[in-house]
Ligand binder design. Structure first.
Ligand SMILES: O=c1ccn([C@@H]2O[C@H](COP(=O)(O)OP(=O)(O)O[C@H]3OC[C@H](O)[C@H](O)[C@H]3O)[C@@H](O)[C@H]2O)c(=O)[nH]1
Ligand SMILES: [Mn+2]
Length: 377
């Protein structure tokens, strides 16, 4: 055993170091079922769509809620980098958080059970994934060597067994799988009933389709690279928010020496969005991904890019240079990537050392109707 025994992790691990970010355009009733696992954590709710609609947050949760008016007020002209009418708006929550870890979940996701019938504590598993090293340089055939009851197999070089810091933990889904519209159309009744008891590191140099439905990451390592793009209303593409972020964040993690894991935990995805609507939203992505994926596979970031923010600024330049020929949209996206980093750095100024004057006061968060956003419970 490689020495990380997190099996006994308590029900609400690191509750002061995690923010739960939820994009919503419908209802938050799903939080009732999550109380045993999520109620101890602070929520950042990003309300998409019409800001005049009042979203009800179930009693007992501590939260901040931001609608479009709040985003416009806090970011000013830079708000135009945050998607409207697309789940990608969630990344605003990543930006305003001050915590080390983010867990983001969709509002049609529920608690799943493992094969023994035990309810799955997604946060506890994501924290285990993030708090134990990844092994991107050499594949361990017994999967995650840092889990209880497994280890590195014969032939695994000892020089590589320390692993690297884990930046992203990508969870999966029972019931409705995250299929694209064409697949959903030809397999409307397909349900994922297969629970695979494994966590594995995605090897360095390999991309993957990151889904934002059940996702956790270390904000301090990779936050600036987790921009969910410019999608939704007014844009030629939607539902590629998490894909763009996943490709970008993976090349940044590879470059900075961080790891990405996928597998456990599972949640129960309850709602199949309408495949015909989805096809309209994502059809350009189905074409463009044949160019976007090779773009990310072939790019090389410079050694001067030694932080996620610097990597992302370099990525923006490369996006403009290499993808604008695919569609002029990518020039607009490249500019939005720069705006995102500028906004991120304004809301998350570098921490000054003890000797210097007071840290910048945190961004004042108030709701659009003027009352202070208070931790509500
Ligand atoms: O205009 C919108 C649409 C949705 N949301 C919120 O985003 C979450 C995902 O929405 P939904 O469950 O309807 O989409 P799915 O097809 O199941 O999700 C996949 O595709 C879209 C995203 O990339 C998502 O991460 C994928 O899992 C949900 O919380 C909606 O309320 C929104 O804010 N604005
Ligand atoms: Mn869904």
């Amino acid at each position: 055993m490689a020495g990380y025994n997190l099996e006994g992790i308590e029900a609400a691990p690191l509750k002061d170091d995690v923010d739960i970010v939820i994009p919503t355009i419908r209802s938050l009733d799903f939080l009732e079922q999550w109380r045993p696992f999520l109620q101890h954590y602070h929520l950042i709710i990003v309300q998409d769509g019409d800001p005049s609609i009042k979203i009800k947050v179930p009693e007992g949760y501590d939260y901040e809620l931001y609608n479009r008016n709040d985003i416009n007020r806090i970011l000013g002209p830079r708000a135009n980098c945050i998607s409207y009418k697309d789940g990608g708006c969630r990344c605003f929550g990543f930006m305003v958080s001050k915590k080390k870890y983010i867990y983001t979940i969709d509002d049609d996701c529920f608690v799943a059970k493992d094969p023994s019938g035990k309810e799955i504590n997604v946060i506890a598993q994501h924290i285990k994934n993030l708090e134990t090293p990844s092994t991107p340089h050499y594949f361990n055939t017994l999967y995650d060597p840092f889990r209880e009851g497994t280890d590195f197999v014969r032939g695994y070089p000892f020089s590589l067994r320390e692993g690297v810091q884990t930046a992203i933990s990508h969870g999966l889904w029972l019931n409705i799988p995250d299929y694209d519209a064409p697949t959903q159309l030809v397999k409307p009744r397909e349900r994922n009933t297969r629970y695979v008891d494994a966590v594995m590191t995605i090897p360095k140099g390999v991309l993957y389709p990151m889904c934002g439905m059940n996702l956790a990451f270390n904000r301090e390592l990779v936050g600036p690279a987790m921009y969910f793009g410019l999608m939704g209303e007014g844009q030629p593409i939607s539902r590629y928010d998490d894909m763009w972020a996943g490709w970008a964040a993976k090349v940044v993690c590879d470059h900075l020496g961080f790891g990405v894991k996928t597998g456990l935990p599972y949640l129960w995805h309850s709602k199949a969005s309408n495949p015909f609507v989805n096809l309209k939203k994502e059809h350009k992505g189905l074409h463009w991904q044949e160019d976007m994926v090779p773009f990310f596979q072939n790019l090389r970031l410079s050694k001067e890019s030694d932080t996620a923010a610097k990597c992302y600024m370099e990525l923006s330049k490369m996006t403009k240079e290499k993808l604008t020929k695919v569609d002029p949209y990518f020039e607009k996206l490249a500019d939005a990537m720069v705006t995102w980093i500028e906004a991120w750095e304004e809301l998350n100024p570098p921490v000054k050392n003890e000797a210097s004057e007071e840290l910048n006061p945190p961004v004042k968060k108030t709701q659009s109707d003027g009352e202070d956003v208070k931790a509500k419970g």
